[in-house]
Ligand binder design. Structure first.
Ligand SMILES: Cc1cc2nc3c(=O)[nH]c(=O)nc-3n(C[C@H](O)[C@H](O)[C@H](O)COP(=O)(O)O)c2cc1C
Length: 186
């Protein structure tokens, strides 16, 4: 039986679903089985136990990740620790490319790892999206203000997607490849 990977994700506005689905497609394309699970849909049913590796993806909103993801990871930290695992952090601050933004994102990650007692084999920061057309007026106004300060994109009549899909595919390929070679060696 080929190894099975779990891609478990949390999303607020939908972009991390797209990121998680892209990761799942890449892993499938190299011949592994994948389950793609939304933290909101089936938090209780899924456990890391049945999987050779787990990738958790979540997005940063006001300095933290989705509560559903935090709870699930905390609940399953012991099983996550005994298999290859990765955390994908989707955010926008990484686009600022400043030491302060990097420090802040590092602190958000460390807070998550401390709170959940899970230290994944690897973690990856992925630039997300500005979905102005999907936000309500208040969120659109707020996001435009924050983004303008950082000299980012402020045309609220359209959406912006910053994810580097090739880089994401390379990450997913490497993660799955390591699980495949461990299986062959063992
Ligand atoms: C209300 C709001 C708050 C956000 N707060 C942060 C933040 O604190 N740091 C950050 O880097 N990105 C922040 N972002 C950017 C999101 O992480 C980014 O838009 C991401 O693509 C959202 O993913 P999702 O669609 O899966 O929820 C925020 C976005 C929104 C709409």
């Amino acid at each position: 039986m080929s190894p099975r990977i779990l891609v478990f994700y949390g999303t607020t506005d939908g972009h991390t679903r797209k990121v998680a689905a892209a990761i799942a497609r890449t892993i499938q394309s190299i011949g592994l089985e994948v389950d793609l699970v939304d933290a909101k849909a089936s938090r209780r049913k899924v456990t890391p136990q049945e999987y050779s590796g787990v990738i958790v993806a979540a997005s940063v909103h006001a300095g933290g990740y989705q509560r559903t993801v935090r709870r699930w990871v905390k609940q399953h930290a012991a099983e996550l620790r005994t298999r290859p695992s990765a955390f994908v952090s989707v955010c926008l601050a990484v686009l600022e490319r400043s030491p302060k933004a990097a420090r802040d994102l590092g602190a958000i990650l460390q807070r998550f790892f401390r709170a959940t007692e899970w230290h994944p084999t690897e973690s990856k920061i992925v630039p997300g999206a500005l979905l102005y057309t999907r936000y309500n007026w208040l969120k659109r106004w707020l996001m435009r203000r924050i983004v303008a300060k950082a000299k980012g994109d402020t045309d609220t009549t359209r959406d912006y997607e910053y994810t580097d899909w090739d880089d994401l595919a390379a990450f997913a390929q490497r993660f799955a490849g390591e699980i495949l070679s461990a299986r062959k060696a063992g």
